[in-house]
Design a binder for this molecule. Structure first.
Ligand code: DP6
Length: 409
């Protein structure tokens, strides 16, 4: 095969992450940097991940992109995509083959057009951090393809950040902070950093209330909040810095009660900020609020904080808890929000629930109703982007998309 024909390709998968200290509001739209630092848990990729194949070849005549099997022609003008592509190209290294012949020089990489095909194993843009996983997978795959090397730790995350802010946190596993950075450093310090590699006992239940695309995108919503919400400004300046510190300490001590309390207060304040936005933004719905009431009743019944809810830019809930209580909680949610599909843990119908607990939860007014929650995922913290060797979304001979949603792996 000549260099003319050869298609070089790489496939990587990347995780979602769910913030416990929320990013909402940009300090710089141009650099996509946040008003405040944030902290999240990177989730295991066995259920929820983005899988992205990137390829370059002299055969390709333009950049092309497929998302979930459908080509997106707007990609060539998409600033976020181009920022990621050009950001990684700038860090590309010369590439030699096994016989030590130069295959592509740093400069040559940039001349080649790229084909990208990506899919998510979960609903796109429904407030389940699909853009975080998607941009992290794109950046991770481009890094591999171009043999890119960071000039300072966290630099790849600064590039993922320009795709989608929360994507920078998906570049690492475990518990991850996104430091807000500063204009004095040209925002090069607005980057992600792993604060804890793992918290082995931590678990997350994801309750998918709706897999519809959200009405107000995070980008648009936070822009309106920055323009109109005084609460957002106060929160970013006066509340988040202390909460970040308290949260990092709680994580390092595996202090779940503190972690849980701050997680819920953060979720509440983020949604209060949305309500304080003019005109207001509503991401939670009646089912989300029922979930909050059940968690509150459960913690009161237990006499301690055993479960913590958090909601992002959509009605879906993530409930953090410890492994000792995950089965009990899954059974509780299975009772009040019966779902047809529970992944990872098939317990909901097996475990008996205490009469006193049912009384406490019934008092919230919630009546069990099937269909309010579509799917329940039971998951835990996991690692950052991973190489994928058994799946490829682009045909190795033509470089064209070969992923079709029905062939989901
Ligand atoms: C509510 O990262 O999607 O999930 O930077 O504009 O792409 P852009 O926004 P995005 O916002 C995520 C907001 C959030 C909170 C969080 O993940 O911290």
């Amino acid at each position: 095969m000549t260099k003319q024909d050869t298609i070089y390709m790489v496939t990587m998968s990347a995780p979602t992450n769910i913030a416990v200290i929320k990013y909402w509001g940009k300090a710089s739209v141009e650099y996509n940097t946040p008003l405040n630092s944030s902290l999240s848990v990177t989730l295991d990729q066995s259920e929820l991940r983005a899988v992205t194949t990137v390829a370059v070849s002299k055969q390709f005549t333009k950049n092309r992109f497929w998302l979930n099997g459908i080509e997106d022609d707007n990609i060539r003008q998409n600033k976020r995509f181009l920022a990621c592509l050009e950001g990684i190209q700038a860090l590309a290294q010369d590439h030699y083959d096994e016989e030590n012949n130069l295959v592509y020089s740093k400069e040559e990489w940039k001349q080649l057009h790229v084909h990208v095909s990506s899919y998510n194993t979960f609903p796109t843009a429904a407030g389940l951090a699909s853009s975080a996983a998607g941009y992290a997978a794109l950046v991770a795959a481009l890094c591999e393809l171009y043999h890119a090397v960071e000039t300072f730790p966290g630099q790849f995350s600064t590039i993922a950040r320009q795709g989608s802010g929360s994507a920078c946190r998906s570049m690492y596993g475990g518990i991850v902070a996104w430091r807000k950075g500063s204009p004095e450093q040209h925002w090069q310090d607005s980057k992600a950093e792993q604060v804890l590699e793992d918290w082995p006992q931590l678990r997350a239940l994801l309750l998918v209330v709706s897999d519809r695309k959200k009405d107000t995108s995070s980008t648009t919503g936070m822009q309106t909040s920055v323009e109109t919400s005084l609460l957002l400004k106060h929160r970013a300046e006066c509340i988040v810095p202390e909460r970040m510190q308290a949260m990092e300490e709680a994580c390092s001590k595996h202090d779940f009660a503190t972690f849980a309390q701050i997680t819920m207060q953060e979720s509440n304040q983020f949604h209060a900020t949305c309500l304080d936005t003019y005109p207001p933004i509503f991401y939670m719905n009646d089912i989300s609020r029922d979930i909050i009431r059940i968690v509150t009743a459960y913690n009161a019944w237990a006499g301690e904080c055993r479960a913590a809810y958090t909601f992002d830019a959509g009605p879906n809930a993530v409930i953090y808890c410890l492994d000792t209580h995950v089965t009990h909680l899954a059974a509780l949610f299975g009772h009040y929000f019966p779902v047809s599909s529970t992944t990872s843990l098939d317990i909901a119908s097996v475990l008996p629930l205490e009469e006193t607990l049912l009384q406490a939860c019934n008092a919230t007014g919630r009546i069990p109703r099937e269909g309010d929650v579509q799917t329940m995922y039971v998951t835990k913290p996991g690692p950052g982007p991973q190489p994928v060797t058994d799946v490829c979304n682009l045909d190795p001979h033509t470089g064209l998309n070969c992923y079709h949603p029905m062939s989901k792996k």
